[in-house]
Design a protein around this ligand. Structure first.
Ligand code: 13P
Length: 250
């Protein structure tokens, strides 16, 4: 059975004090047993603090990125083992901002995916088209190749560690959300694509999150779609009350 998941991607926001405050608000305001698995992804420097202060709660702490190699001369980078050593076992890979500003390609992401899985980590794998792709009606082909080139070399068993996150680039931070119909259409396409390659069971079990301007006001109608299993939330995850209202949309 696939899980409902609401994950907050805090991006490059919040210093240590702000992170502590946001976590403290989350702990105070969160219901005891939410109907979705809750995840938060602070910046690298705040992961240790976040893990320590959330380890007695059901909230999962995730990293926003990691390097594909285990160690070595890669100035400025962080490995899977380093994340695990501070308690972090989940990592976001392939976010469109990493693809756009840090030249992360499908091939590089395949290496990162392999490194995370070798370390038995869970991956939130992001993909999605840009506006021009949608206008040219290439969005399905583009998404299919993002999935194929980074994930389809995996053995079937690895899929228990994969969460997918469809984030149309034109909907990120723009206030423009994919309509519930557009989200459902893409999520159903992705599930079918996974089923064709890995079988019905894998496809039925994988959680597919939607990301892009999810807010308390639109979360319910987006999550109501049968192939939308939750959200990856940017801006609205930076305020505990808004984020928890989205969590409670399940
Ligand atoms: P916004 O919710 O701010 O549009 O960001 C979405 C996102 O990129 C989450 O990873």
């Amino acid at each position: 059975m696939r899980k409902n998941i609401v994950a907050g991607n805090w991006k490059m926001n919040n210093d240590l004090a702000e992170t502590q405050e946001l976590i403290s608000d989350l702990k105070k305001q969160m219901v005891k047993e939410p109907n979705a698995t809750v995840m938060v992804a602070p910046t690298f420097t705040n992961l240790y603090e976040a893990f320590q202060s959330l380890k007695d709660t059901p909230v999962v702490v995730a990293a926003q990125n990691m390097h594909q190699n285990a160690s070595g001369a890669y100035t400025g980078e962080i490995s899977a083992n380093m994340l695990k050593s501070v308690g972090v076992e989940t990592v976001i890979l392939g976010h469109s901002e990493r693809r756009a500003y840090f030249n992360e390609t499908n091939e590089l992401l395949a290496e990162k995916v392999d490194a995370a899985l070798e370390n038995n980590m869970t991956i939130i794998f992001c993909f999605g088209e840009e506006l021009e792709d949608r206008k040219a009606e290439k969005h399905f082909d583009l998404v299919a190749s993002q999935l194929k080139e980074s994930l389809y070399h995996l053995p079937k068993e690895s899929w228990k560690n994969i969460i997918l996150a469809y984030e149309p680039v034109w909907a990120i931070g723009t206030g423009e959300t994919a309509s519930p119909e557009q989200a459902q259409e893409m999520h159903a396409f992705v599930r079918k694509n996974v089923a064709d390659k890995f079988g019905e069971e894998v496809a039925e079990d994988v959680s597919i999150l939607y990301g892009g301007s999810v807010k308390p006001a639109n979360a319910k109608e987006i999550f109501a779609n049968k192939d939308v299993d939750g959200g990856l939330i940017g801006g609205a995850s930076l305020k505990a009350a808004d984020f928890l209202e989205i969590v409670n949309a399940f």
